[in-house]
Design a protein around this ligand. Structure first.
Ligand code: NAP
Ligand code: GDP
Length: 383
């Protein structure tokens, strides 16, 4: 009998990679998606199967983390062996604008899943993975951060996730449930949401070198993140649920990089050297030089003539609108426990992650250039 997994948040970055990974392992995957006025299944369209087919291995259900009865009904119908609770309002800055909703979906939403499993008598059958986050460390109390480092959340998102973390631990201890937290540090990919910083940068850099956009407005350039690849991180989620004993694990790379350096690195992959001048809100990044051979090879010779004129010009500016009321300045994780106990070994480093993202966004944006040259202009994105 194939194992059955239920993924909340299947339409998100991690949900899409995890669904594909579990299907390849022979699982039948059920996913919860929200009703939306537009299709929101782009990340999993390649896995979609017609509901009229027999023996499907991907089945979608409408649902929402704020609706207990809906979650209880789906879990009761599906009776999953494993639940991956990935659904969340996952954007830190947006959580300051929608704090109550974030608490409901990200905090109480987790309780709803745990309580449904308990009330349905699935405590011994269903294993639960909770998508916890390095944002819990917030104002960091220790460098690097590990499983025993005290939490100090710095946003409504992180505070909601703190409730979710502890209610998961509590259900494990109170009812003997196989419920575990993955404390995942930031992980990115070509599927990352467009308003998270790495994807915002790779999209903007692609558009700037293709002449589709002049500059990009950023927030705090000095904060540092420990970035890994989502493809590696979903494997850790799976490994956590295959352990005999439930437990909590830090998943990270152990390397931290500033936003400023990530911007430089992304331009450099295309032969463009960007340097920064000025401070705080007046800081700006400008094009210092272009390696024409590398640019022609990575971007395309046809874009070189136009781009060369831009040497000396500003391509990055700071807009305080992107600052957060309280910031998380530094994250860097110690993944020793995951490596030794789970045998987890990431394949990507930041360099290969950056190449994967910029290559993908260049391809996407070239389609846009093609559309523009055909007489159709898509909006300028500054988000
Ligand atoms: P994501 O791309 O933003 O995906 C979030 C998913 O949750 C989407 O499928 C979204 O649906 C769904 N969702 C949001 N609110 C919902 C609600 N009320 N009811 C049902 N579904 C809802 O996030 P991700 O990067 O894949 O991250 C997955 C999980 O890991 C999240 O819980 C996130 O907070 C956590 N996490 C992420 C990172 C990271 O660096 N990526 C690090 C640590 C922890 P729509 O597609 O309809 O919006
Ligand atoms: P987070 O770590 O979950 O908040 O992930 P993000 O990718 O949203 O942000 C990572 C870091 O980048 C934070 O310290 C942000 O303040 C910083 N940052 C700087 N400029 C921007 C920006 O324009 N957008 C976003 N999302 N973050 C930015």
């Amino acid at each position: 009998m194939a194992k059955i997994a239920l993924i909340t948040g299947i339409t998100g970055q991690d949900g899409a990679y995890l669904a594909e990974f579990l299907i390849k392992k022979g699982y039948v995957v059920h996913g919860i998606k929200r009703r939306s006025s537009l299709f929101n299944t782009e990340r999993i369209d390649h896995l979609y199967q017609d509901p009229h087919l027999e023996n499907r291995n991907l089945i979608l259900h409408y649902g929402d983390m704020t609706d207990s009865m809906n979650l209880t009904r789906i879990i009761g119908d599906v009776k999953p062996d494993e639940i991956y609770n990935l659904a969340a309002m996952s954007h830190v800055k947006v959580s300051f604008d929608t704090p109550e909703y974030t608490a409901n979906a990200d905090g109480i939403g987790t309780l709803r899943v745990l309580e449904a499993v308990r009330l349905l008598g699935l405590t011994d059958k269903t294993r639960i993975y909770q998508a916890s986050t390095s944002e819990l460390y917030g104002l960091v109390q220790e460098v690097p951060q590990k499983e025993t480092t005290p939490f100090y959340p710095r946003s409504p998102y992180a505070v909601a996730k703190m409730y979710a973390y502890w209610i998961t631990v509590n259900y494990r201890e109170a009812y003997g449930m196989h419920a575990s937290n993955g404390i995942l540090f930031n992980h990115e990919s070509p599927l990352r949401g467009e308003t998270f910083v790495t994807r915002k940068v790779t999209r903007a850099v692609a558009r700037i070198v293709l002449g589709l956009q002049k500059e990009v407005f950023m927030g705090n350039l000095s904060s540092k993140r420990d970035w890994g690849h989502a493809k590696d991180y979903i494997k850790a989620m799976y490994l956590i649920l295959q352990q005999d004993t439930p437990d909590d694990y830090v998943i990270s790379t152990g390397v931290t990089t500033s936003i400023r350096d990530f911007i430089k690195m992304t331009f450099a992959k295309l032969g463009v050297t960007v340097e920064f001048r000025g401070e705080d809100e007046s800081e700006e990044g400008f094009i210092a030089s272009v390696d024409e051979t590398l640019f022609a090879q990575k971007v395309g010779l046809e874009y070189l003539a136009g781009f060369k004129d831009r040497v000396g010009m500003t391509v990055v500016k700071v807009d305080p609108a992107y600052f957060r009321p309280t910031e998380v300045d530094l994250l860097i994780g110690d993944n020793t426990k995951a490596r030794t106990k789970l045998g987890w070994n990431p394949e990507y480093d930041l360099d290969s992650l950056c190449v994967d993202m910029i290559t993908s966004d260049l391809t996407l944006m070239k389609k846009e250039t093609f559309l523009r040259d055909g007489g159709y202009r898509i909006n300028n994105y500054f988000e």
